[in-house]
Design a protein around this ligand. Structure first.
Ligand SMILES: Cc1ncc(COP(=O)(O)O)c(C=O)c1O
Length: 388
C-alpha cells in the first residue's frame, strides 16, 4: 500500500513565492508562442559582469572546488571590510563579516540565532515575503505590521512602540525596500535603532539593494548603530543572483555562534563563487556595475512617469532597488485578478501585492524594471491600449 504523505505542520504556514509562480506561468505562455514582457522578476536582467565571470573561470581552473571556511574565505571577508571603508567610511573588522549563501542564507542564520520558539520579530507589511517564513522555520514568528505611505511604507519608532509585545525580540526592515524601492534616511534609521534598543531588542537591516540608489543617500545602519545586524548580498547591485552569495555583519560576540550554525547548516558557501566575487570590487567591474545602475535609473524615470500618466498611483517614491509599487484602484479592485489578466490577455508579467503581505495587498502590484527599455516601452504601449 502506498504510504500516505505526512508533512510537518509548519508547511501549512509557509506560502509559495508567487513571483516564481508568475515566472513559471509566463514561461509556459512563452513556450506556447506568446510574447511576454517580463516585469515580474526580482533580479537584474544583465548577466554577471565579465571580470567576475573570468575570475570564476580562473577559480575553476585553479581547482577551487573544495569546501571553504564556514564564515567565508578570509580574502572575501577582508575585501568586504575594505568595501565598508571605501563606500561608507566605516571600519568593520573582517571578523564581524560572514559570507553566506545569498542574503537568504543570512536571513536563515539570523532567524536561528535570535529567535526562541514562540518569539517574534516585527516586519513591515508590505515587505519581502520570505522573511516571515525563515522565522516560522525556527518556530518563531514574523509579526506583520501594516505600514503606509505616511511612514514611507517602513516601520518607524511609533509603530515599533505600538506593536512591540511580550515575546518580540526585534525588528527587520529593508532599505531600499522590496517592493516599494523606499530608502530609509539617517533620521529614520536612528529612530528605529533607538526604539528597538530601548526595548533591548535587535535591529536587522537588509541592505541587499544598496548600490542601487538613484540620487539619494543610502546610509548603512552600521553608521548609526554598530550593534545592528546587517544583511547584504552579491545578488542585486553586483548582479550575481545565480552564484548564491551574500553576507552579514554581526556584533563580534555573535560571530562564534553564527559560525557554529553555518558549519552545521551549510558547511561552506560555493568556493568558486567566492573567488569570483573577489573581482566584484575591481575598478573595471565597478565601472560596469555603475553603468548598469544608471540604466536602472533611466528605466525607473521612464516607467514611473508613464505609470502615473496612465493613472496608477505610486505613493512611495521608488528611490532605489528596481521596483515600483503601484496602486491599481483606478482600474480594478483585485490586484491578483489584474495581474492574471495582464499576463494571460496582454502578455505583461507583474507581481500582485499579495506576494508582499496582506496589508491592502489587493490594491497594489509591483513592477520590476528588470528588462530592456524597448520591452518596457512595449509594456507601456500594451497598457495604454487597455487602460487609457
Ligand atoms: C529584500 C530581499 N532580501 C533578501 C533577498 C534574497 O536574496 P539573495 O538570497 O539572492 O541574496 C531578496 C531577493 O529578492 C530581497 O528582495
Amino acid at each position: 500500500m502506498p504510504l500516505t504523505p505526512r508533512f510537518a505542520s509548519r508547511l501549512s504556514d509557509i506560502e509559495p513565492f508567487r513571483v516564481v509562480e508568475v515566472l513559471t506561468r509566463a514561461t509556459e505562455l512563452e513556450q506556447q508562442g506568446r510574447d511576454i514582457v517580463h516585469l515580474g522578476a526580482g533580479e537584474p536582467d544583465f548577466t554577471t559582469a565579465d571580470p567576475i565571470v573570468q575570475a570564476g573561470r580562473q577559480a575553476l581552473a585553479d581547482g577551487r572546488t573544495h569546501y571553504s571556511q564556514a564564515g567565508g574565505i578570509p580574502q572575501l571577508r577582508e575585501a568586504l571590510s575594505r568595501w565598508y571603508q571605501s563606500e561608507y567610511g566605516l571600519v568593520i573588522d573582517p571578523g564581524r563579516i560572514m559570507v553566506t549563501p545569498g542574503a537568504s542564507g543570512a536571513l536563515l542564520l539570523l532567524s536561528a540565532l535570535l529567535l526562541n520558539p514562540g518569539e517574534s520579530m516585527l516586519l513591515p507589511d508590505p515587505g519581502y515575503p520570505c522573511n516571515r517564513h525563515f522565522m516560522r522555520l525556527v518556530e518563531g514568528r514574523g509579526d506583520l505590521v501594516a505600514v503606509s505611505a505616511e511612514s514611507g511604507f517602513q516601520l518607524d519608532s511609533d509603530l515599533v512602540g505600538l506593536h512591540w509585545s511580550e515575546g518580540t525580540v526585534g525588528a527587520l526592515v529593508a532599505s531600499p525596500a522590496n517592493p516599494t524601492g523606499g530608502v530609509l534616511n539617517r533620521e529614520q534609521l536612528r529612530g528605529l535603532s533607538e526604539a528597538v534598543r530601548e526595548r533591548s531588542g535587535y535591529l536587522i537591516v537588509d541592505e541587499i539593494y544598496h548600490g542601487l540608489g538613484f540620487g539619494v543617500e543610502t546610509p548603512s545602519v552600521l553608521d548609526i548603530d554598530q550593534d545592528a545586524y546587517v544583511i547584504n548580498s552579491f545578488s542585486k547591485y553586483f548582479g550575481m543572483t545565480g552564484w548564491r552569495l551574500g553576507w552579514l555583519v554581526a556584533p563580534a560576540a555573535a560571530v562564534p555562534e553564527l559560525e557554529k550554525l553555518a558549519q552545521n547548516l551549510f558547511i561552506s558557501m560555493s568556493t568558486m563563487a567566492q573567488y569570483a566575487a573577489l573581482a566584484a570590487f575591481a575598478p573595471e567591474t565597478r565601472e560596469i556595475l555603475d553603468q548598469r545602475r544608471d540604466i536602472f535609473a533611466q528605466r525607473r524615470d521612464f516607467l514611473l512617469s508613464e505609470l502615473l500618466k496612465l493613472g496608477f498611483e505610486v505613493p512611495q517614491c521608488p528611490d532605489g532597488a528596481f521596483y515600483i509599487y503601484a496602486n491599481i484602484k483606478r482600474f480594478a479592485n483585485d490586484s491578483q485578478q489584474f495581474c492574471l489578466d495582464m499576463l494571460e490577455q496582454h502578455g505583461i508579467a507583474i507581481t500582485p501585492g499579495a506576494d508582499f503581505g496582506r496589508n491592502r495587498a489587493s490594491d497594489y502590484v509591483r513592477f520590476s524594471y528588470t528588462t530592456g527599455m524597448d520591452r518596457i516601452e512595449e509594456a507601456v504601449a500594451r497598457m495604454t491600449r487597455v487602460l487609457a
